[in-house]
Design a binder for this molecule. Structure first.
Ligand code: PLP
Length: 379
């Protein structure tokens, strides 16, 4: 992309020549409140004035971490009464992998084709694309891929499986939502065989899909929830949460079963507290749905005018736009959007579809501006 960033503010990134770009990528679902949100800025600078790092995670009581844990408990639901704070999505996934193996004493881990869970060796073992995995083999043994939204495939799940890792909307597949009936069947199968159901909410979480977390859309109750990306609003922080009866397995035998030096850094935790408070106070999960409604209307109109079916996949503000399943044409379209001052991109496992993931506080007029550019750039 070679965009030389000079500064970023709200929904815009400015390059070194002063050109402004409307940011509909949000650094891959990270800048969930846009860039340098004043409340997050205030929380971060306030924490910078108090302390930065005093001890490895958990040894000292640090107020931003305590406040963050309390807020996450409120957003996730009563069974999630403990959280482990990490530095990134992949690190939180690794923690969740260790947790479900330790709790069950089982070794099999299951994930889905076209899922992305991170770039570390463990997370890569769950990644749903052979092309990305094969250069790094050998990976973790006993990791298995099933087809997303395929009910028959769930027969594979039995008492040998420790955990299943799933996204409510498969982000890198091109913003593909899970079918509600399939998720319910997955949940039932996990319950029946005592398998931990782990939701990767790294892209879907924090209101982006219209509820605090994607699993809440279908009324599922997972055993473990993994978060990152939007959580810090632009600062690096990840987390995994479960019941204290599960999490205690990481604290005993051995006593420090999972360690991190920087995880839950108080400055990042303070940012995350502000992010959650803004999303809660401004009901930005509902705003994501409203914004989706505007985009749906514009896409419908456009489709009628050009007489071509246009697909808008996804939920809330985690969306994929597809006119033609043609990676070359899509890349050209994306490049023309950049030239016109709109940042969009493709998906890791679906290069014929264009990614839309603007900040949740995007304005109506910015949504219309983006649609105007997308239309013109298509040609
Ligand atoms: N899970 C999902 C769904 C992701 O989209 C990503 C990153 O794109 C990850 C996990 C890994 O997160 P991180 O890059 O912070 O390690």
């Amino acid at each position: 992309m070679a965009l030389e960033v000079d500064r970023a503010e709200g929904s815009y990134i400015y390059d070194h020549r002063g050109k402004g770009y409307l940011d509909f990528i949000s650094g891959i679902s990270v800048s969930i409140l846009g860039h340098r949100h004043p409340k997050v800025h205030h929380a971060v600078t306030g924490q910078l004035e108090r302390y930065w790092h005093t001890m490895v995670y958990g040894e000292h009581v640090q107020h931003p971490q305590v406040r963050l844990a309390t807020l996450l408990h409120q957003c996730l639901g009563p069974s999630f009464d403990q959280v482990y704070l990490a530095n990134s999505g992949a690190e939180a996934i690794e923690g969740a992998m260790k947790l479900v193996k330790k709790v069950s004493g089982r070794t099999r881990l299951v994930s889905f084709r076209n899922a992305y869970h991170g770039g570390t060796q463990g997370a890569l073992s769950l990644l749903g694309s052979e092309m990305y995995r094969s250069p790094f083999r050998p990976l973790l043994p006993e990791t298995y891929l099933l087809e997303y939204n395929d009910e028959a495939g769930l027969d594979f799940l039995d008492e040998r499986v420790a955990g299943v890792f799933v996204e409510a909307v498969q982000a890198e597949a091109g913003a593909v939502p899970a079918q509600s009936g399939w998720l319910k069947a997955l949940e039932a199968r996990c319950r029946h065989f005592g398998i931990a159901l782990v939701f990767d909410e790294i892209q879907t979480g924090l209101g982006r899909c219209g509820t605090w977390f994607g699993f809440q859309h279908d009324g599922i109750v997972p055993d473990v929830v993994v978060m990152a990306k939007g959580l810090g609003g632009g600062l690096p922080i990840g987390a995994f949460s479960a019941s204290s009866s599960m999490m205690k397995h990481l604290a005993e035998d051995p006593p420090l079963g999972h360690l991190t030096t920087f995880g839950g850094n108080p400055v990042c935790a303070a940012a995350a507290v502000a992010v959650i408070e803004v999303i809660r106070d401004q009901d930005l999960a509902s705003r994501a749905l409203q914004a989706y409604g505007i985009l749906v209307e514009r896409v419908k109109q456009w489709s009628l005018e050009i007489g071509i079916p246009i697909q808008l996949s996804g939920r809330g503000l985690l969306l994929g736009l597809e006119l033609e399943q043609d990676p070359v044409r899509t890349r050209e379209w994306i490049a023309r959007c950049w030239e016109a001052g709109l940042l969009v991109d493709w998906f890791l496992f679906n290069e014929g579809r264009l990614r839309l993931a603007p900040p949740l506080n995007i304005s109506d007029s910015q949504l219309h501006d983006a649609m105007d550019i997308l239309r013109k750039a298509w040609g």
